[in-house]
Design a binder for this molecule. Structure first.
Ligand code: HEC
Length: 124
């Protein structure tokens, strides 16, 4: 009896091991090439990437899918990272004139500008 229980336990541990291994692989496939700026124990890179992507998705309405413009509004994809961060800061401060961008820029932090810029600049 003892031996059988032990055997089941071993199998269960192996199954749990495999499940966490495949979960780990799924996360690894989604992980960014560079670590996230606001990552920490309470905010692992997978959460941070999801946060950046969810903000970025709100930009697609005007800047096109994945920031690749379909019209007159400039593309964000493949744009220089420092340029994108500077543009957001200038929209926020009002240094750069805008029709709508100030409203979007005020909603995010400098760290989020960095992450959005990192995200869009990496799109080819
Ligand atoms: C409602 C439409 C709209 C949305 C949504 C929007 N933008 Fe814009 N964006 C514009 C327009 C229009 C401009 C040109 C400047 C202006 O008139 O505001 C612009 C310009 C920019 C520029 C300057 C680009 C350049 O080449 O100089 C950046 C950077 C930018 N947007 C980033 C973003 C980011 C990041 C988001 C998402 C958080 C976003 N935008 C969401 C409409 C939008």
């Amino acid at each position: 009896m003892k031996t059988k229980k032990h055997g089941v336990g071993m199998w269960a541990r192996t199954a749990v091991g495999l499940a966490s291994l495949s979960a780990g692989l799924a996360v690894a496939a989604e992980a960014p090439a560079k670590p996230c700026l606001i990552a920490g124990w309470e905010n692992p890179p997978s959460v941070c990437v999801a946060h950046t992507k969810s903000i970025a998705a709100t930009c697609y309405i005007c800047h096109g899918p994945n920031g690749k413009s379909l019209g007159a509004i400039p593309s964000l994809a493949g744009q220089d990272k420092a340029y994108l961060v500077a543009a957001m800061k200038e929209f926020k401060s009002g240094k750069r004139e805008s029709t709508v961008m100030r409203k979007y820029a005020v909603g995010y932090t400098d760290t989020e500008y960095e992450e959005l810029a990192e995200f869009f600049s990496a799109i080819k």
